[in-house]
Write a protein that binds this ligand. Structure first.
Ligand SMILES: [Zn+2]
Ligand SMILES: [Zn+2]
Length: 275
């Protein structure tokens, strides 16, 4: 069989194509060596509409993988539950954790997922690295390891904001290909550099062909952004495709640093083919 990797953005925060809808969140459709994978489902306004427009048949998936338990990555499942009823949905068991975000104006926001989803789907839970289709793996929880990517968000698991949410369910999806690793990120709450280094360790592979997805740098400190950029340079990644929570300023900085031949912003409806 001919090897291939093709990723289509079902939805993310921006759209520049006719007839498609953007929403805050992420949903990717990935075709890899004949297998079809949905990675995240967005928050639910766009998935049914956009998959129909893009000609993506959600009934024919081999697997669904979930990056972490935030509404903007998971609640879309509920909008297409009839299509995904029998498809295995791979996720960390802690995606159902209650979750709140405390904003700087003092307001508290529920950012957890719809608890009713638990009984509607064929969930397959993983806590450590797991191969979900041949050559395609979920990492399991990504450990915090470097000194600049630390959990400093105002995320809590209780309404009193006493217990910080350390995002134990945050995972990346990766593909081991002959040309190097392809790493697909949801939100990178545990850090994009932590994720890349963890995938390199898990896979015993040092070459990174591409890193794709949300890098969660929109509100990050200058210190974190500077260290992330330096690390990305050192990691010698061939292609970078950023979107969602990466932040427009950081995306532009990436394009300036790596050139548009190596780095692009991926918006709703965009498609990339690698290998
Ligand atoms: Zn998130
Ligand atoms: Zn997100």
């Amino acid at each position: 069989m001919k090897k291939h990797f093709r990723l289509t953005v079902i939805s993310e925060n921006s759209v520049f194509k006719k007839g498609l809808m953007a929403e805050h969140g992420v949903s990717f459709f990935i075709e890899y060596n004949g297998k079809k994978i949905l990675f995240d489902a967005g928050q639910g306004f766009a998935i049914a509409h956009n998959t129909e427009k893009l000609g993506i048949n959600l009934k024919k998936l081999d697997a669904v993988a979930i990056s972490h338990g935030h509404y903007d990555h998971v609640n879309g499942l509920g909008e297409v539950s009839d299509l995904l009823a029998s498809t295995p949905i791979h996720a960390h068991p802690k995606i159902f954790q209650k979750r709140y975000s405390l904003h700087t104006d003092g307001t508290l926001h529920n950012i957890g997922i719809d608890p009713n989803l638990k009984n509607k789907f064929n969930f397959k839970y993983n806590e450590s690295a797991t191969e979900i289709v041949p050559g395609c793996f979920l990492t399991g929880n990504i450990p915090f390891q470097n000194h600049f990517e630390i959990c400093n968000e105002n995320f809590y698991i209780d309404k009193q904001c006493k217990q910080q949410d350390l995002m134990p369910d945050d995972q990346a999806l990766y593909f081991k290909t002959a040309k190097g690793l392809i790493i697909v990120l949801g939100c990178s709450h545990t850090g994009v550099i932590n994720a890349i280094n963890y995938v390199k360790k898990l896979s015993n592979c040092t070459k990174v062909l591409a890193v794709i997805g949300g890098m969660h740098l929109k509100k990050a400190s200058e210190f974190q952004q500077k260290n992330t950029l330096e690390s990305l340079k050192e990691l010698n990644i061939k292609y970078l495709y950023a979107n969602h929570c990466t932040g427009e300023n950081f995306i532009n900085l990436l394009i300036d640093t790596f050139s548009s031949a190596r780095c692009q912003r991926l918006s709703t409806g965009d498609q990339i083919s690698l290998i």
